[in-house]
Write a protein that binds this ligand. Structure first.
Ligand SMILES: C[S@@+](CC[C@H](N)C(=O)[O-])C[C@H]1O[C@@H](n2cnc3c(N)ncnc32)[C@H](O)[C@@H]1O
Length: 308
């Protein structure tokens, strides 16, 4: 595929790719809206905001909310009182609405580009996002919008952003898994995944777009600089997920080569629980010791000053 040229093209590819991905997104990424999902989301936020999390937030705005992983779990945990969930993909907004209805949650949804938010100035106490900044063509414009819609004294929290070094390190388990996949499938007795659609089919073309939607990986200082330039204060950047991430990518790359029904439940349980266990190892041992830049994910938080 040709390199993406314009910001409009990047937004269009993001919309089309995420529209196709929306209906199977939760199962693909193991997104949970029960106790496990809530603990994961609260854990990420607590790393950044500490005990402030217990006070909670009134009006929250989520950017690139996808199927609702963050907002729906935060609502259920009682950490936010009102959630407005936005996304550039109408398919994601629809799936989020259906998830909210199934969970009996009241949310406001809107299709919106992060760089042009359809909300008045100072209308939220918290602006948050997970795994969204790396899709945005004009990050300075997006951060200016986050600052504008946040009330003075309000907070931004963005998590799940790929770090430049972490991203490169994650390529190693992905490549190793691809090489080992035939042997792994033979051991598990799993058939190879059938090819998707046909060459040139709409489904195949849209899945090929997956490679084009991730347009940034960050150094911790990039995120800090973006926040400060937009006028935010008390900026903090952290890193998370090291060995858990290598384990996760290795297993996902293996699983991606087999027909989904053929991956035994026992293997899926091992992969899932192993990942959770290694996440605890990362949190308890590696995150406090090692520099943020080497972790796979970066998190950033900052405040809008109380004075203009
Ligand atoms: C990797 S998904 C993350 C979804 C969700 N936050 C989660 O953690 O499950 C990225 C989301 O960002 C959305 N997105 C991409 N570009 C966007 C833009 N310019 N404005 C708003 N949302 C965007 C996508 O449609 C997609 O739902």
């Amino acid at each position: 595929m040709e390199a993406l040229r314009s910001a409009d093209e990047i937004r269009d590819v993001n919309t089309r790719y995420h529209d196709v991905a929306a209906s199977s997104y939760d199962s693909k990424w193991g997104i949970d809206f029960g106790a496990i999902g809530q603990a994961q989301v609260l854990g990420k936020l607590r790393k950044l905001v500490g005990p402030e999390l217990d006070e909670g937030y009134g009006r929250a705005l989520e950017i690139g909310a996808g199927t609702g992983y963050f907002s729906l779990n935060l609502l259920q945990a009682g950490v936010v009182l009102e959630a407005t969930c936005t996304d550039i993909s109408p398919g994601m907004v629809t799936t989020l609405g259906a998830n909210a209805e199934r969970l009996g949650l009241n949310v406001r949804t809107a299709r919106a580009d992060a760089e042009s938010l359809p909300f008045p100035d100072s209308s939220f106490d918290l602006v948050l996002g997970h795994a969204v900044l790396h899709h945005l063509p004009d990050l300075r414009r997006a951060f200016a919008e986050f600052h504008r819609v946040l009330r003075p004294g309000g907070r931004i929290v963005f998590a799940g952003e790929p770090s430049r070094i972490g991203d490169r390190l994650a390529a190693v388990p992905k490549r190793s898994a691809t090489a080992l996949a035939p042997l792994w499938r033979r051991l598990l007795g799993a058939a190879q995944a059938p090819p998707r659609g046909g060459l040139g089919s709409a489904d195949q073309v849209d899945h090929d777009l997956e490679r084009c939607v991730d347009i940034h990986a960050f150094a911790p200082s990039d995120l800090g600089r973006l926040a400060r330039r937009a006028g935010f204060t008390s900026v903090q950047v952290r890193g998370e997920e090291l060995v858990a991430n290598w384990f996760g990518w290795f297993n996902r790359a293996l699983e991606g080569t087999a027909a989904p029904d053929e991956v035994p439940l026992l293997w899926r349980r091992y992969a899932y629980h192993g990942y959770l266990l290694l996440q605890r190892l990362d949190e308890g041992v590696f995150e406090p010791l090692l520099p943020p830049a080497i972790f796979y994910n970066l998190l950033v938080t900052a405040r809008r000053g109380r004075r203009p």
